[in-house]
Write a protein that binds this ligand. Structure first.
Ligand SMILES: Cc1ncc(COP(=O)(O)O)c(C=O)c1O
Length: 442
């Protein structure tokens, strides 16, 4: 069938894409798809944005890549400056990479190097959360709590301590929603004490969980409590904003929505390159940069393509447009519009258990029984079937499974490009309703 191998199954025939414009994509038969999830929450400015295309062409006409060990360039300097401005006063230094997993790998290594530089090299252990996703490279996979994706590699991953996800719809057994923040904070503190405070390098989490949970925001006060506990024990706080960041949730940093809370290290990727070029970044505090470079000279983590000039030119154009067109604010207001439309359409649906998320980062959790939140059996492959039915209707969405415990549970992520119109959002909701109706769930 296809000789190239990524995520598709052996027998699966993918539609052949030919062009895209705005939120629309077309295949070779001329069929139109509306991109309700921006691919995997990637296409922040949709497809073929003329200004981003132009910025890439202009850069290409001059030089494709000033190799970053040898040269700096206007594009990389301006992009680093812009990220520092948008990320707020605490996060100043950026290591550029080519995607989300590399950004997470860099974050883990920056944390380890920071502790080693301060003579605290015994801090090598990471704490992460179940039902989380940080990427498919071995370090990122080690801190990912997505059981199904870990399974083939489980025996060789780094030892990591996993604690509960911060999910108000599915709190741990016996925990009331009002007590969830306290419970989760105690769990993190106990994990640090159990491992031994002098052994913990960092706690990594997604401020709003993406693919593994389905746009799950934390309970009130969660991030502040995490911040206090990390500070108390000298544990670094790593916010993985690869999916939820760059404005999608309605503030440039998703974590800033938690009373302006700042991490020590932040990862960004998807919306930064917007699918125009592969780019990611690990952004961190000055004291981390200083501690590492004062002792070692450089941060020991770089790849050949890190800081690729075309990718930086694309990222810079994307960020400039997001700022100029006030798209972070648009994500906030349009997110309310889309969420409201989802409530109107699906609140009475017997199989939609929960509608959640922030800004243009929303999800429906699909359940067999709304009363007791019972998920469908994984054999029913609900997420796969929703994806196929939606595609037939001409809707690209991002269904996934494992939201309950890593294996059970299905959700559908809606994370359209920031430039989506209200008419397009209405159409997406209709397409999704038709797709779910067609599945005839029971
Ligand atoms: C939160 C989060 N971190 C990291 C990654 C890995 O990013 P990439 O697929 O670009 O390597 C993802 C990808 O979905 C993600 O959602």
């Amino acid at each position: 069938m296809h000789l190239w191998v990524n995520q598709h199954r052996r027998d699966q025939r993918l539609p052949r894409v030919t062009k895209g414009q705005g939120c629309e994509v077309f295949d070779e038969t001329g069929k139109r798809y509306l991109d309700g999830s921006g691919g995997p929450a990637l296409f922040s400015l949709g497809y073929s944005h003329p200004e981003v295309n132009e910025a890439i062409s202009e850069q290409m006409a001059r030089i494709q890549f000033g190799y970053s060990t040898t040269f700096t360039s206007d594009a990389i300097d301006a992009l680093a400056e812009m990220i520092a401005e948008e990320a707020g006063p605490d996060l100043k230094y950026t290591s550029f990479v080519s995607g989300g997993s590399e950004a997470v790998e860099t974050a883990l290594k920056v944390a380890l190097q920071y502790h080693a530089a301060r003579g605290d090299g015994g801090r090598t252990h990471f704490i992460a959360r179940r039902q989380s996703w940080h990427g498919y490279t071995m370090g990122a996979l080690s801190v990912s709590g997505h059981l199904a994706r870990r399974r083939p590699y489980e025996n060789v991953l780094m030892p990591v301590t996993f604690i509960s996800p911060a999910n108000e719809y599915r709190p741990p057994a016996g925990v009331e929603v009002e007590d969830l923040t306290d419970y989760l904070a105690s769990e993190l503190e106990e994990a640090i004490l159990d491992i031994g405070p002098g052994r913990v390098a960092a706690f990594i989490f997604e401020p709003v969980v993406g693919a593994a949970g389905g746009a799950v925001p934390p309970p009130p006060g969660y991030a502040q409590r995490v911040r206090e506990i990390c500070d108390r024990y000298g544990v670094l706080m790593i916010a993985d904003e690869v999916m939820c960041g760059i404005g999608r949730c309605g503030s440039w940093r998703a974590l800033a929505l938690e009373d302006g809370c700042s991490p020590d290290i932040m990862t960004i990727a998807k919306g930064l390159g917007g699918g125009f070029m592969p780019i990611g970044a690990c952004v961190y505090r000055e004291e981390i940069y200083d501690a590492i470079t004062n002792l070692y000279g450089t941060v020991a983590s770089v790849h050949t393509y890190s800081g690729h000039t075309l990718a930086c030119a694309a990222g810079l154009a994307v960020l400039k447009i997001i700022r100029r067109d006030k798209l972070v604010e648009k994500c906030r207001s349009d997110g309310l519009y889309l969420k409201n439309a989802l409530h109107q359409r699906f609140d009475q649906n017997a199989h939609v258990g929960n509608i959640r998320g922030r800004g243009l980062f929303l999800a429906l959790e699909i359940v067999q029984d709304r009363e007791n939140k019972r998920p469908f059996s994984p054999d029913r492959k609900i997420a796969d079937r929703v994806r196929a039915a939606a595609l037939e209707e001409g809707l690209i969405c991002y269904p996934s499974s494992g939201s309950v415990d890593g294996i059970n549970g299905d959700h559908v992520l809606l994370s359209p490009p920031y430039i989506v119109s209200r008419a397009e959002m209405d159409e997406m909701v209709e397409q999704l309703e038709r797709a779910l109706r067609k599945l005839d769930l029971h």
